[in-house]
Design a protein around this ligand. Sequence first.
Ligand code: MLC
Ligand code: AMP
Length: 503
Amino acid sequence: MNNLLYDKLFGVHLENDAPFLYLLDGQNITYRKFLATSRRIANTLVEMGLEPGCCVAIQVEKSPEMLNIYAACAQAGLVFLPLNPSYTVDEVKYFIENSEARLIICDEKNKKDLSTIAQKLGVLVETLNSNSTGSIIDKAASSPEDFETVARSKNDLAALLYTSGTTGKSKGAMLTQTNLLSNGNTLMKEWGFTNNDILLHALPLFHTHGLFVATNVILSAGGSMIFLPKFDLDNIIENLPKSSAMMGVPTFYTRLLGDSRFNKNLVEHMRLFVSGSAPLLSETHIQFEKITGHRILERYGMTETNMNTSNPYNGERRAGTVGLPLPGVELKISDPETAKELSIDEIGQIEVRGPNVFKGYWKMPEKTKAELRENGFFITGDLGKIDEDGYVHILGRDKDLIISGGYNIYPKELEEIIDDQVGVLESAVIGVPHPDFGETPIAVIVSETETAPDLEIIESNLSKSLARYKHPRKLLWIDQLPRNTMGKVQKNILREEFKSLFS
Ligand code: MLC
Ligand code: AMP
């Protein structure tokens, strides 16, 4: 037995002296050097008593060392669990508890708060700061540089990625080595990545897009990344001429189009722009082509499935569609009531099956059973159709989900907190169009009495428990929520009523 994830993504680069990461300060990190640091960290993790299969949670700002820890986990057979640094302590507590992580790696500034939780749960705490310092780095400096790769099977877990759920509780998607490897390799081939590519990487590393799509494709191809800490227009504009490809959420593209410095000359060297994680408006696609001559390649994926479809690299990239199923991925449209497969152009729920599809939700067999059929098809919760040329169109969501700038927000999580506030009878959180984030949540609240609830206090209480990106951009007070004859809140009516709030 070997360890395919490590061997194929990382091990193949042991002798590679080409740059893996170009940093903002002008330095670069070669593959060889990157892997040497990763091996030291792998030794450190094992010295702490972590055994194969143990989960390592990490909540830090984006840094090269975060990728070192990803590589170290792969090599030591540990399960990598990245978390958004903007999560509050309350949110992180749930993830640590639910995942049964043995170690949490956090920024020094959060150590005190997290240590209190970690101590109760018997979890180890180490630090890693955005300036490359931290206890894990100190320990790794005195750990040996040789590390014998731990054997893992291709069905073993490689990562646990939490995705919020309609019930308000986040679910840990169990991703195996096969899930990650099959997708990385397929995308590398489909999108023509080689070791000549330089990817402009401005996505976060705690989600599928920045970690498994962007990073794994570059590792598979042996290319390089210009590694930006976050999406910042000045840095993007400066680095576009040095890059060959960029992957982003639609907000990246609308922000670029809104900047007067963005023009055709900047992107002369680029061969590919990829968009995903949220719908790319046709008008963005068209305007981007008008200015740059490039047609953005839109693809469709999920935490649970990695990537499912892609517009063709060679061939027609159709605006308003997410392209064709990737090789090895089966995609069908089914009737949500009967599960019967629907025909061309009929709208229904999107189901997918393939080596990219996850193993199930961590410790949630009921939820797994409800969404992952015995025949291997996963019910995505997205609604769509397949046109006569095989292109997939996403036309809505069966799940009550808001996607803001590529981050998912489940209304239920917010509604539960708002409904608990003094003076609130009930609430409905809906997504409305937003010029920058595509969609943004607003909360419509019904008071217990005839007077308005204190919206400021509600807002302040929300900010104590929820990451900033989830906060409703507006709280509104109304007399009553519209309901259908079954008593169900008609969110579509609210969405229609408030659709122009930010336009
Ligand atoms: C930041 N903020 C957001 C936000 N991002 N609010 C709502 N939605 C977001 N996405 C908040 C900040 O906390 C801040 O709050 C304010 O908005 C402005 O911050 P900013 O600094 O201007 O934001 P910025 O750093 O520019 O971030 C915007 C962004 C970023 C779009 C660049 O959110 C981003 O990188 N998104 C990508 C997410 C992603 O990778 N998704 C992939 C999921 S995987 P304030 O008020 O305190 O100032 C997946 C599968 C698939 O979906 O198919 O890929
Ligand atoms: P996540 O759970 O964060 O992985 O988000 C996955 C969801 O993002 C999918 O179920 C879709 O609803 C949405 N999504 C991803 N890519 C696209 C796309 N290209 N167009 C529309 N929606 C998308």
